[in-house]
Design a protein around this ligand. Structure first.
Ligand SMILES: [Ca+2]
Length: 349
């Protein structure tokens, strides 16, 4: 018998030798230990709810939203409230709607969990344009960036459902991406914001049978974006950006716009949680001095985007044809020159 086979046989006989009682005792022990070690999901939720910041959150039953002065949120444009959601736009053309928090965020470390739904009648690539989640200095503005102003100051997270750029063949839409605006940086709608994005991922969140969520976590200058759109009840990492500096005092918001193409864009909830993080006095000082959002090393996020410039293959062929053309020109010149010399010689004799 070969050695591995012999080992296997030995192991099997060992298992058979163990009394059934001991095996079940071992299994029972395992179960007890795992139950003790791992807190249940309910415990985890209760623990989290303690840190839920209601003043910054948008949750059912959306009391007073849209008409009461005591509400902590404002509606804008086509946005409307139903018992189940805040509909930013209906599945109709040329609509813009938004919902904005009235209270500037003073938390330095936080988590935002967005429960959203994008759905409509349009078939593949005949729907749009998506929605955006904001944490910006400005609020309640109209504009071309998913129904909000361009050149915003702060954070924008886009759930882009329509590929505007024909150079985006390498990614599948809906595509979720993050951008940090400093008041001058432009979001380029025609290129789906690709030149200014800091990270992102595909998230098949449209007409999904599952509940769709995204989670933004900001702590110690690190921004993480996670998505849960596959009904697996687990977070998938979408973007992780370090060295991102965001001042406090900005407003949470959500906006959406439809153009020729449309969809229902709904926000079910936006829950803000406080994260407790210890800081050094130096870090405190740095945070206080920060006035404009920025990323420490912008270069690391620059993506290679094919634009008007030539690709490597195009460049090679251009070079090849230029060289061939030049050779041809030289040959023609030589031929003309030789003929001219011959003619001149004939004239002399
Ligand atoms: Ca787009």
């Amino acid at each position: 018998m070969a050695a591995p086979l012999r080992n296997m046989a030995r192991q099997r006989s060992f298992c058979l030798l163990l009394p059934v009682n001991s095996v079940s005792r071992i299994i029972f022990g395992f179960v007890v230990v795992s139950v003790l070690v791992k807190p249940s999901l309910t415990d985890e939720l209760d623990f989290k709810e303690e840190f839920l910041k209601r003043e910054y959150s948008l949750v059912k039953p959306y009391r007073g939203l849209g008409f009461s002065t005591s509400s902590q949120w404002d509606l804008m444009g086509t946005a409307m409230v139903t018992p189940d959601h805040v509909r930013l736009t209906p599945d109709q053309q040329s609509r813009q709607g938004a919902v904005w928090s009235r209270i500037p965020l003073v938390l330095r470390d936080w988590e935002l969990k967005v429960y959203f739904k994008i759905h409509g009648q349009g078939k593949k690539n005949l729907h749009g344009d998506g929605l955006a989640i904001w944490l910006t200095k400005e609020r309640m503005q109209n504009g071309p960036v998913f129904g909000n102003m361009n050149q915003f100051t702060g954070l924008g997270v886009f759930v882009d459902t329509y590929p505007n750029s024909d150079r985006n063949h390498d990614r599948t839409f809906p595509y979720v991406s993050v951008m940090l605006g400093n008041g001058t940086l432009l979001y380029d709608h025609n290129r789906d914001g690709r030149p200014s994005e800091l990270g992102g991922c595909t998230a098949l969140a449209r007409n999904s049978v599952h509940d769709t969520f995204l989670l933004l976590r900001y702590s110690r200058n690190r921004l993480t974006l996670l998505v849960d759109v596959d009904g697996k009840q687990e977070w998938r990492e979408c973007a992780d950006i370090t060295g991102l500096r965001l001042p406090t005092g900005y407003y949470f918001g959500a906006s959406s716009a439809t153009g020729e193409l449309s969809d229902n864009h709904d926000i079910i909830s936006m829950k803000v949680y406080q994260l407790t993080v210890e800081r050094t006095p130096e870090e405190e000082q740095e945070d206080e001095e920060l006035t404009v959002p920025r990323v420490d090393d912008m270069k690391q996020f620059e993506v290679e985007v094919e634009d008007g410039r030539m690709s490597g293959v195009q460049l090679f062929f251009t070079f090849l044809f230029s060289v061939l053309g030049l050779c041809l020109l030289v040959v023609v010149i030589l031929m003309v020159y030789n003929r001219w010399k011959e003619n001149r010689r004939k004239r002399f004799y």
